[in-house]
Design a protein around this ligand. Structure first.
Ligand SMILES: N[C@@H](CCC(=O)N[C@@H](CS)C(=O)NCC(=O)O)C(=O)O
Length: 283
């Protein structure tokens, strides 16, 4: 099966490619996303002409409801990871908002642990973003999002260090330095992805990424991206802290992830992220 990947910025590009290739492009399935069964939009996006992701019925996903704005997506980085995976695989989904401060009975019946995200796969409710994203990769391998094992844990210690620093009330306890050490290690990994000598190549990589696995986004980025989004908002708000300019690869990485259409479609409201962390910061 051959796969033609197109990133059309206009409908005319798609039409001319269709004419040139003499192929019948499928209708832009999987791009109508609904929230509480309301049609929202048909986003412009890269799409894959292949047998993959030929799903018409949206996946039902239980997501955290915003604590500031009803019927808006809440501040759960694990939920965003799952939604990002669905978006990047061009799979349709239907969000079911769950008020985690007042969990409804229907939710507790399908989620004994009372946690989101939760997705219905083959008529079964499946919890946990690790399990869900792995299952989606197996069922819908195109486009592939697997991060090679040797790179899969890159950046994974940043989140716990961020939480420790955010909660810390003692500026001398070393939590800020521990976070900086993790971010510096991540900066070095990203730097190694780039060839250092050819300026044009560097420019090209900078425009496209770079991501943990180089040029293409992969599962590790979809896990880390939402956590870095929380880090930026929460530390900016509660500690007036931002990532130092010297960590330029981390900064451009965040820009690349945060500006993806999939990310914009699935990110929590900024005020929701701030309020979500308040009890942890104050407690
Ligand atoms: N390991 C789980 C963690 C999921 C999780 O902790 N979700 C939080 C929201 S971000 C939750 O549902 N907490 C339950 C609660 O707040 O009552 C995953 O990766 O999906």
């Amino acid at each position: 099966m051959s796969t033609v990947k197109i990133t059309p910025s206009t409908a005319s590009l798609a039409i001319s490619i269709k004419q040139l290739a003499g192929i019948q492009l499928p209708r832009l399935q999987n791009t109508i996303f609904t929230s509480n069964s309301t049609k929202l939009r048909a986003p412009r996006r890269a799409f894959t002409v292949s047998m993959a992701a030929s799903v018409d019925t949206p996946f039902e996903v239980c997501v955290k409801q915003s604590i500031t704005t009803p019927n808006k997506l809440g501040d759960c980085p694990f939920t965003q990871r799952v939604l990002l995976t669905l978006e990047e695989k061009h799979l349709p989904y239907d969000m079911k908002f769950v008020d985690l401060s007042n969990k409804p009975d229907w939710f507790l019946k399908i989620s004994p642990e009372g946690k989101v995200p939760l997705i219905k796969l083959d008529e079964k409710w499946v919890p946990d973003s690790d399990v869900i994203t792995q299952a989606l990769e197996e069922k819908f391998p195109e486009p592939p999002l697997t991060t090679p094992p040797e790179k899969a844990s890159i950046g994974s210690k940043i989140f716990p260090k961020f939480v420790a620093f955010l909660k810390s009330k003692d500026p001398t306890d070393g939590t800020e330095q521990a976070l900086l050490d993790e971010l510096t290690a991540f900066n070095d990994c990203l730097k190694e992805n780039l060839p250092a000598t050819v300026d044009k190549v560097i420019l090209c990589f900078q425009l496209k990424g770079p991501f943990i696995n180089g040029n293409e986004v992969s599962a590790a980025d979809l896990s880390l991206g939402p956590k870095l989004y929380h880090l930026e908002i929460a530390l900016g708000h509660y500690k007036n802290w931002s990532i130092p300019d010297s960590l330029s690869y981390v900064k451009s990485y965040m820009k690349s992830i945060f500006s993806r259409e999939s990310f914009i479609n699935t990110r929590a409201l900024k005020e929701g992220v701030i309020e979500g962390w308040r009890p942890k910061v104050m407690g």
